[in-house]
Design a binder for this molecule. Sequence first.
Ligand code: ZN
Length: 297
Amino acid sequence: MREQEIAGIDIVSNGEQFRQHFVHGFLEHIEGVDFAKRIRIGIRDNRYEAECPTVIGPIARLRPVHADEVRFTRAHTDRKLKFTIPGPMTIVDTIADEYYGERPRLAMEFARLINEEARELEALGIDVIQLDEPAFNVYLDDVENWGIDALHRAVEGLRCKTAVHICYGYGIKENIEWKKTLGDEWRQYERTFPLLAKSRIDQVSLECAGSRVPIPLLELLEGKEIMVGVIDVATTEVESADEVAETIRKAMAYVPAERIIPCTNCGMVPLPRTVARAKLRALADGAALVRVKLERG
Ligand code: ZN
């Protein structure tokens, strides 16, 4: 967090340093999920395989999952604090199920547990709760049929900002191969953004740096705050502040500046630390360039 502060980041996070995996970290403390029963399954429509725990009975959250880490985190920064929790669809796509037998039903059950957790974290001083839903880019029919409903259940009653992060993943081999199959333009968001625009989620992210997402799709997120990805996490090449500013300005052709929150395309966990640090600095410096210009008119 100190590195983020030094780099000039306004909304910081604990970098998920308290968890092994962005999905399984939440599941470790959930009753009904058996980590001794790990099964190798295909996830994200069989894009890759992962060792996943198994749902063996009714799921319940018997105690807070992240409260202690959030207390620690909140005590160590005065900046706005974001906390990430895996979204319901991404959870059910990253777990083996021997009990519920239906994805929508299991997703709504997890949404209920996420909501219990999120309400407590909000009370501990979290400013933004972000649900990570990379599975939204894979199961487009499910997003429409039950994915958005599950998100709504997860954020029910929250007063803090709520965000959803959908993405095309880290720069790992399986994802690079998958992206090659998506054609010259990545248009998955064309279906999900209109649904999200009508939703109660406050913020939506997308990748604008080094991706093939057509920038005009931003217009489909009418009324939302948009986390504009201006840092490519699939390369170790560090963006310049000018490049970052240029990407922000491209987004500003479609979205007013007050609704733009520049950020990274996705998480930086696979990158060397020195590269990640330099990219954070470029993000803050690039945003500052645009901000100064806006303030001067
Ligand atoms: Zn991501």
